[in-house]
Design a protein around this ligand. Structure first.
Ligand code: CUK
Ligand code: CUA
Length: 628
């Protein structure tokens, strides 16, 4: 087996072989990892480093991705209050791209052209920033289909969709009745909904009423249709919520939360010993919506899922409140769909909830079948598909690897299920293993998203980067191995790691995909629409715009429609106009529009902002604004 894998992988391969993944699993099953791991060294592909190839287990060189080689996975990381998401190659940890979502971004012109600025202003609710936490990729049959990524805005209660054909945000919904949308997650197996988990409890009509009556505040989950990005329904519940994850079979959706006390101060919120994992019975909720058992609030059917709700009194409550110790934070469903595991945050244990037992038990607490003591400050849990869970320990600055079935068999509070702990640097929040959110995780890499880096990097002043650490988890016998530190800008919270071959991005735009006027050499013109309106239609190519000069009158409203008519991959042009604050970026075959008022007479050199050719600096057009 080992020899075969060794021969099947070759130094010429530009991309780490997919076979490796299967090999790792097979080898793991045979308990043969350490015996044959040396063969993996050839995947190194020419690193030649000391720890490198074929030198037995654990050489860091075997995870090296050399110049010109491609990574095995896309890492799709959130960017926290930068408002963006980031794309990393894994295992290299090279940052490949940043995708603006809730922020304006000048390199890509996002929020600067009419289409994206209107999306941010209209559907997007007209905020200047957002707080992305949980990027989740759409799935079909419990596996990544590479179509979309979704990400929440914890700051302003929104959900965005990123089209993975273009790695571009193509839709945003400002979710009614949610002030901060924290958790984000697809309902599996086929992404029927994207759930936004509302965190902050607020008056459902937040217009000045119920200010001093926190008991009347609510938080909701919102079920969003992934195609239309329409909020189909919401469920209002008791307590705050933070993270969410869906079962694999389309029935259950889980959220963690805190503040069962309905307090408004930290002291009030942490008074009681128990909070809840809430288990939403999605088909039962759909039935309630169907039957008209809801109140329409701000245009959305809101179903009452509070404990007192009549919908929670019968045989089939729509929300089961599973009591867990103080403020559980992360929740994630195991790849086999058997358990939802909630991490204790203020309690050193995780709660293993048996999903099959949920409908059976009278007291939801009886569905908790395991309570391993994992360490201090457990926040989030990921999976390798070999029966292990990996939980970040915020306070201990560690990742704990533990055996899920052993935790079910062990006494409550036992440390016996712990297989191993590894130090991380420092204070990890989320962690994510490759394809961990699918039914079939790859089980090789894990990233620990550490909130503090302290002394791990050159000092860049008081604001330190965070530290995203790559850990190899493919070798159960050799143990977890820390491979790499990667400094990151504030502040990734969560990620999805997707096999490279499951996403198929386009190389150039397809003009059919967007409703914009394609301008080529035949249709380029400067059209005066009326006394005060001018429409400039220009193509853009190496090394020119359609017009060496564009003449308008002071006070004109000018719309520029610009198409990059290049068909060659990677030839991007820009159209920037100084002092008019204009910044278009045009990938091949893309068309963008911008509208502005020519209110300052004078000469303005429109120029290309992407270094596209030897004559890039000459690629210009003179905007002449004649005084009126
Ligand atoms: S949360 Cu930030 S570390 Cu938004 Cu999933 Cu836990
Ligand atoms: Cu076009 Cu530079």
């Amino acid at each position: 087996d080992g020899d075969e894998a060794g021969e099947g992988t070759s130094l010429e391969l530009p991309r780490l072989s997919v076979d490796r993944r299967d090999f790792m699993k097979a080898a793991g099953a045979l308990g043969a990892v350490s015996a044959s791991a040396g063969c993996l060294g050839v995947l190194d592909g020419g690193d030649g480093g000391a720890g490198g190839q074929g030198t037995g287990t654990g050489g860091k060189g075997e995870h090296h991705v050399g110049p010109g080689e491609l990574d095995q996975y896309y890492g799709i990381l959130s960017g926290g209050h930068s408002g963006e998401i980031r794309i990393l190659g894994i295992p290299s940890m090279r940052e490949l791209m940043r995708v603006p979502v809730f922020n304006e971004e000048s390199a890509t012109g996002y929020g600067h052209d009419n289409r994206t600025s209107e999306m941010l202003a209209n559907e997007g609710g007209d905020y200047r920033w957002g707080d992305t936490h949980h990027p989740r990729v759409s799935q079909t049959d419990n596996d990544y289909d590479g179509r979309w990524a979704f990400v929440n805005d914890k700051a302003n209660g929104r959900m965005a969709r990123i089209d993975l054909k273009y790695f571009e945000t193509d839709a945003i919904v400002d979710i009614p009745n949610q002030q901060g949308t924290h958790g984000a997650c697809c309902l599996l197996p086929d992404t029927k909904y994207v759930f936004g988990v509302g965190e902050f409890r607020v008056p459902m009509q937040n217009d000045g009423r119920d200010l001093d009556d926190p008991e009347a505040y609510s938080s909701t989950i919102a079920a969003i249709d992934p195609e239309s990005m329409n909020v189909e329904w919401e469920v209002a519940v008791d307590g705050n919520m933070d993270n969410g994850d869906g079962g694999k079979e389309g029935r259950w959706f889980f959220t963690t939360g805190y503040n069962s006390e309905h307090g408004t101060t930290e002291a009030e919120m942490t008074k009681s010993d128990r909070d809840w994992v809430k288990a939403f019975d999605v088909p039962a909720i759909e039935e309630a919506v169907e039957a008209g058992d809801y109140e329409e609030i701000n245009g959305v059917p809101v179903v009452d899922g509070t404990r007192e709700s009549p919908l929670n009194q019968g045989d089939r409550p729509i929300v089961k409140y599973v009591p867990t110790p103080k403020s559980p934070h992360g929740v994630s469903v195991t790849p086999d769909g058997k358990y939802a595991i909630a991490s204790g945050k203020l309690d050193p244990t995780c709660a293993v909830i048996d999903i099959e037992q949920l409908p059976e038990v009278d007291d939801p607490a009886d569905a908790i079948v395991g309570r391993p003591r994992v360490g201090m400050g457990p926040l989030h849990t990921a999976y390798d598909g070999r029966g292990h869970a990996y939980t970040t320990l915020f306070i201990d600055s560690q990742v704990a690897k533990w055996d899920i079935e052993a935790a079910v068999d062990a006494e409550e509070g036992s440390e016996d299920p712990i297989v191993e702990k590894i130090d991380v640097h420092y204070n990890p929040g989320h962690l994510i293993a490759s394809e961990s959110y699918t039914a079939d995780p790859a089980g090789d890499y894990l990233i620990s998203l550490n909130k503090l880096s302290k002394d791990r990097f050159l000092n860049v002043g008081p604001l330190k980067p965070e530290n995203d650490q790559l850990i190899y988890i493919g070798d159960d016998e050799g143990g977890m191995e820390l491979i790499k530190d990667k400094p990151s800008f504030p502040e990734p919270h969560d990620a999805s790691i997707v096999a490279a071959d499951k996403i198929e991005p386009a190389d150039v735009y397809d003009p059919e995909d967007y409703d914009a006027e394609y301008v080529d050499e035949d249709s380029a013109e400067v059209e005066r629409i009326d006394d005060s309106t001018v429409h400039v239609k220009t193509y853009v190519k190496r090394n020119e715009y359609a017009f060496p000069e564009i003449r308008v009158q002071e006070g004109d409203e000018v719309t520029i429609t610009a198409t990059n008519v290049e068909t060659t991959s990677d030839i991007v042009h820009g159209m920037a106009i100084p002092e008019y604050d204009i910044d278009l970026a045009l990938v091949p075959q893309d068309t963008r529009e911008v509208t502005f008022t020519a209110d300052q007479p004078g000469v303005y050199w429109a120029y290309c902002s992407y270094f596209c050719s030897a004559l890039h600096l000459e690629m210009r057009s003179r905007l002449i604004v004649e005084p009126s």
